[in-house]
Design a protein around this ligand. Structure first.
Ligand SMILES: Cc1cc2nc3c(=O)[nH]c(=O)nc-3n(C[C@H](O)[C@H](O)[C@H](O)COP(=O)(O)O)c2cc1C
Ligand SMILES: [Fe+2]
Ligand SMILES: [Fe+2]
Length: 396
């Protein structure tokens, strides 16, 4: 428990040993799950903590309030690192009203599995706590469709859950008491929020006019001295990312090749693209790190994948590439496949199906070559590059 001001306390928990978060993220500095208690005429809790920390969380809460007296539980975001303890809390606080966006209440209905009192809120709604007022700020898709921010008007505290947070565990908990954690902040933004940059900028626009004293995020230090800096940094990374992804002229040609035939095909496709002035990232995926591959996918305005057929399938590096395609971020990007084969040639069709399932737009029929691409096939591959370049222009 840590008092933030006269009436508001941090009742979160530290998870310093965590090594990966959401499977996709390395957490060198552990993390914290932040929850807050507001002692007003009507008492409220903002977010909870991951379920495994319920016993510790419960103790902190009980030291401050009899849960029977809780009037509101605000859920800014329902990912289980913040909502996992809600079902336990509701056992102790059966009269509390759970407040969240429409999406949040739908998800919580599933997660809690029992009826509970709820109030659906949207941007601009006010919650009257008697001696205090909470204002709801609509901040969807940061990084789930359910997300909102909550602003405690009289205190000037803005509760933002994952936004402006970081995986950084330090019991001192205040941005001006912990050591510099800018690296962890940037890394968190890159992995969790960057794909939603458009939404980040919209949310920042909405909080611009608020007289903020502190930002209280859902992970890592509370921002009482550096909140402006962190908001500016978030806006800067988000704008940079959007600019980078808006040039409509960069294509990833990623291939894998056992004997070099598919590689030759890739070179020809790249030749066609370059003839049309397209900037090409031509890469052999075999030895690439996943993070580097993802960076290229993010930058790419279109994606071409080359793979031979091996045992009626494509190969692991291609599936790795699929794992870093994010349909929310990459939806609609033009895509196509090509590859060498010996007798049955399933790979190209398999890749096309995956690309469609991942919401990419397969704009050209896949090109294949039985073993070595002959002169005619080579011409077709160059044309494939040219036609692909055309489809980029159409998209732009
Ligand atoms: C272990 C192995 C399994 C293969 N399985 C298939 C297959 O199921 N169907 C097919 O059409 N070709 C198959 N092939 C043939 C390759 O697709 C063919 O040699 C192709 O030209 C390799 O292209 P690359 O040089 O780009 O790797 C196989 C080749 C190997 C080495
Ligand atoms: Fe989250
Ligand atoms: Fe989170």
């Amino acid at each position: 428990m840590l008092k933030i001001n006269k009436d508001i306390s941090w009742i979160g928990v530290l998870d310093p040993e965590l090594v990966t978060f959401d499977i996709v993220m390395e957490t060198k500095y552990g993390t914290t799950y932040n929850s807050y208690f507001i002692d007003a005429g009507k008492k409220a809790v903002i977010d909870t903590v991951k379920e495994t920390f319920w016993p510790e969380y419960k103790e902190k809460l009980l030291s401050l309030v009899n849960p029977q007296d809780l009037e509101y539980i605000i859920c800014n975001h329902t990912e289980p690192d913040h909502s996992g303890s809600l079902k336990h809390l509701l056992e102790l606080a059966p009269h509390a009203t759970v407040v969240g966006s429409g999406q949040a209440l739908t998800y919580l209905g599933e997660m809690v599995g029992k009826p509970f009192k709820s109030q659906r809120v949207k941007h601009g709604d006010l919650i009257d706590l008697g001696t205090k007022t909470l204002r709801i700020i609509g901040a969807p898709n940061l990084h789930w469709p359910d997300s909102i921010y909550t602003y405690a008007e009289e205190d000037g505290l803005l509760f933002t859950c994952d936004s402006f947070g970081a995986h950084f565990a330090d019991e001192k908990m205040m941005d001006d008491l912990v050591e510099n954690y800018n690296e962890a902040f940037d890394y968190y933004f890159d992995v969790i929020l960057k794909p939603y940059s458009k939404f980040m900028l919209k949310a920042i626009e909405k909080i611009k006019e608020l007289p903020i004293q502190m930002i209280c995020p859902g992970h890592g230090p509370i921002l009482r001295s550096t909140w402006k800096e962190k908001v500016e940094r978030s806006a800067q990374i988000a704008s940079g990312y959007l600019e980078e992804t808006l040039n409509h002229n960069r294509v990833l040609v990623a291939y894998i090749s056992a004997y070099g035939y598919t590689k030759q095909m890739a070179v020809q496709v790249a030749t066609g693209l370059k003839k049309c002035g397209v900037e090409v990232d031509l890469v052999d995926m075999e030895t690439m790190f996943l993070g580097d591959l993802e960076e290229l996918v993010v930058k790419a305005d279109g994606i071409l994948i080359g793979s031979p057929t091996i045992n009626q399938n494509t190969l692991l590096p291609v599936y790795k590439l699929f794992s870093v395609i994010n349909p929310i971020r990459d939806k609609g990007k033009p895509a196509a496949a090509f590859g060498s084969f010996g007798w049955s040639g399933e790979a190209v069709k398999l890749i096309e199906d995956h690309l469609r399932n991942l919401k990419l737009n397969v704009v050209l029929e896949g090109q294949t070559a039985r073993f070595y691409p002959n002169r005619e096939e080579s011409q077709k591959l160059i044309q494939m590059g040219e036609k692909f370049a055309e489809s980029l222009k159409e998209k732009a």
